[in-house]
Design a binder for this molecule. Structure first.
Ligand code: GDP
Ligand code: MN
Length: 386
């Protein structure tokens, strides 16, 4: 069935190649990478990839963040690789370590137990600090106060296509707050009480239900007299409606800092922080960001960068090249081996195979894009596109 959208739908800003508008004014924006000294080689690969596919034309600054001082080696290697300014910033301990009111020994015992239970990364204290940092403290860092936008990058990510336009400028122009590439389900054991806590907050503060919230939260099929009891189960709200676990993968984000620095988001973060769930469970920043966005934003403020070729670990998105995506003549674009041309492609000079996965797993991508899509996929179509 075709839906009638009540707002402008989310489309790629551009399909195919553009001549990079190198004389156009820039936004107040930076790329940001939290990284450890020992990850230098993988971090370099990321920076080389983003420079080659984007920043060689736009020269945005890259801010490197670390909870320990950067080594001389790290600094000189990065300075030799970036085409814009490189900044090396120390994250203050206050923003990184346990909150002051927390019983540290007790939290550490819980972290140990989570590790022994085999919950993904949950036995690592530093991983908990990292997730809490990226969930809230990151946004209010002194080091980022002059920027309105950030593009998050990580060690060991790869960009496959030429990004020939300025995504910050387009985000601003189209009134977007958050951009993603890949959506996938969260590992349920990392966050048994997260959804319930956020849903309680929503109810307590009378926050109206958005389209995005409806897209990720399915109404319970249980008959209504039994529904209050369903609230005892994990990943359900008080009335029994359940979270799909779908969220945007946060190792890639292009987003508006003012939204996350703003009082609505920061109040929610403080509330979540006070529950202790960043340590007594292993809440990921990706799930926290997504649920917050879904609760607080109209759907047209979220953008899917489906024209970006992107990989982290073994998940990737590869758009097929646009019909003239390889043939485009330009003074600025590089030559290289390009993916086979496919019908309906939207990418520019993508160096990945667009015949393979477009986005894994497509179930969540489709689900979270529903409010921004005219045609809702049937169950069969949605399973087939996995
Ligand atoms: P994954 O993507 O969930 O497997 O997690 P990662 O290990 O890639 O961590 C996410 C990001 O946080 C990466 O950019 C890491 O470099 C960074 N990171 C994780 N733990 C630490 C830490 O203890 N110190 C610093 N400085 N960075 C960290
Ligand atoms: Mn990673």
């Amino acid at each position: 069935a075709v839906r009638q959208p009540d707002h402008e739908l989310d489309e790629p800003f551009y399909t195919s190649c553009q001549e990079p508008a190198i004389d156009q004014p820039r936004e107040k924006a930076a790329m940001v990478m939290l990284v450890r000294n020992q990850e230098l080689m993988k971090a370099l690969k990321t920076v080389q990839s983003i420079e080659k596919h984007f920043n060689q034309w736009f020269h945005y600054p890259i801010v490197f963040l670390n909870d320990e001082p950067f080594s001389k080696e790290f600094i000189s290697a990065m300075n030799a690789t970036v085409s814009g300014e490189a900044r090396f910033e120390l994250v203050p301990k206050k923003e990184w370590l346990f909150p002051e009111w927390m019983d540290v020994a007790d939290a550490q015992a819980s972290i140990k137990a989570q590790g022994e239970a085999g919950i993904l990364y949950a036995g690592l204290e530093t991983y908990h600090h990292m997730c809490r940092f990226y969930s809230g403290k990151f946004y209010t860092l002194e080091a980022l106060k002059d920027y309105a936008w950030y593009w998050r990058i990580e060690p060991d990510v790869e960009f496959y296509c030429s990004i020939t336009y300025d995504p910050f400028v387009e985000m601003a122009k189209h009134d977007k707050v958050y951009g993603f590439t890949i959506a996938l389900p969260e590992e349920p054991r990392t966050c048994p009480s997260l959804f319930r806590k956020i849903a309680d907050y929503k109810e307590l503060n009378n926050i109206p239900t958005t389209e995005l919230w409806k897209a990720t939260v399915a109404a319970s099929w249980v008959p209504w007299p039994l529904r209050p009891f369903m609230g005892w189960f994990r990943h359900r709200d008080r009335s029994g409606d359940g979270w799909s676990l779908c969220h945007y993968w946060s190792n890639f984000e292009i987003a508006n800092l003012d939204f996350f620095r703003g009082k609505d988001y920061q109040r929610l973060f403080e509330y979540l922080d006070k529950t202790g769930g960043f340590y007594y469970e292993r809440w990921g920043d990706a799930a926290v960001h997504s649920l917050a966005l879904h609760m607080l934003l109209p759907s047209h403020k979220v953008h899917h960068f489906e024209d970006f070729g992107y990989r982290h670990d073994w998940y990737y998105q590869c758009p097929a090249n646009a019909p003239n995506g390889q043939l485009f003549e330009s003074k600025l674009l590089p030559d290289g081996p390009y993916s086979p041309e496919l019908e309906g492609g939207i990418g520019c000079r993508c160096e990945c195979d667009g015949r393979r996965t477009r986005n894994f797993p497509a179930y969540c991508t489709n689900k979270l894009k529903e409010p921004n899509t005219v045609k809702r996929l049937s169950m069969v179509e949605s399973v087939r596109s996995w």
